[in-house]
Design a protein around this ligand. Structure first.
Ligand SMILES: [Zn+2]
Length: 142
């Protein structure tokens, strides 16, 4: 699989709300304890009922490409080696209202299309201070 992001790319800012999503190697979603709404990315308040108590739900990590765009111009010099590449928006099979961005690692940009079945895979990154990130990405289910 081909990583799109350079090795020294800036990592997400992890906080108590999103730490599990970026480090667990699982698709963990925030579910409102009051109304059951699943929302992503996680927030301090439910978008539907303004509740502040949440539970965690796990997705199977299977989904389909809901939309995508192809990047031809590197927005940062470190991405010059990666263009062109596709950024996909994946709708999860078990939580179709949740859409997660990423890259498809086992297809070139011109092999990505809407409706393509994908599954989550993780790019594991160890930082110099010992933290381990597991960033969700996607691969086409053959
Ligand atoms: Zn709610």
């Amino acid at each position: 699989m081909r990583s799109i992001l350079p090795e020294d790319w800036t990592l997400p800012a992890v906080d108590e709300l999103n730490e599990a999503f970026f480090t667990s190697g699982r698709i963990l979603l925030q579910s409102c304890a009051g109304c059951g709404t699943i929302q992503h990315p996680p927030e301090e308040i439910c978008h539907r009922c303004q509740g502040t108590e949440f539970e965690t739900r796990e997705s199977s990590g299977r989904g389909t490409v809901y939309s995508y765009t192809v990047i031809h111009h590197p927005a940062h010099p470190k991405l010059a080696q990666s263009v062109p590449y596709a950024v996909v928006l994946v709708s999860l099979d078990d939580f179709p209202d949740v859409r997660i961005t990423g890259n498809v690692l086992n297809r070139a940009f011109d092999g990505v299309s809407i409706g393509l079945p994908v599954r989550a895979v993780w790019e594991e990154i160890k930082t110099k201070n010992g933290a381990v990130y597991r960033l969700p990405q996607w691969e086409v289910v053959e």
